[in-house]
Design a protein. Sequence first.
Length: 175
Amino acid sequence: IESCGSLQYLGEMFPTSLFPTDERRWGVIPWLYWQAANIGPVFGNKLSYTRYINDATDEQKAHPLERFGKEALRLVAVMDHQLAKHPYLASDEFTVADIATWCWVRSYKWSKVDITTKPRVLDWVHRVRARPGVERGMAFGVPQDEIDKFSKERREQYKRGGGSIASNTALKSDL
């Protein structure tokens, strides 16, 4: 939620079409905070249980994976409903709400959230990715669809690396 406040502050201090200062802002603010309260936590937890929490058994992960997986699909359906009305989340224009949400939803393959059943959401992911500013920003990150090319060894390397961050071992030893 703090990032939403920061983005809102920056949008108000340095107005652009990404964060309108007129009445259109009231379309942006709810979607920006919706992302922080819903998409970020749910996709983040789904990703953690899918890829990084290695010190829990499959049995221990089964319920969180099911719960976060179902909730992620429900949230994607909410997005799909909104995208039936507009090409972007808050309106007909690309805004900071799209940026904040896209950062999570674009990783649907890595999180194992099947958004392909919602073509409007999938089209939105590609539409946002194709924007020149996003292209420039992504030039510094992982190339598009690189996950599809990851070898089993590379996937295991990511799992080990993320697993050390997500591990509860340090917490358990401190108790």
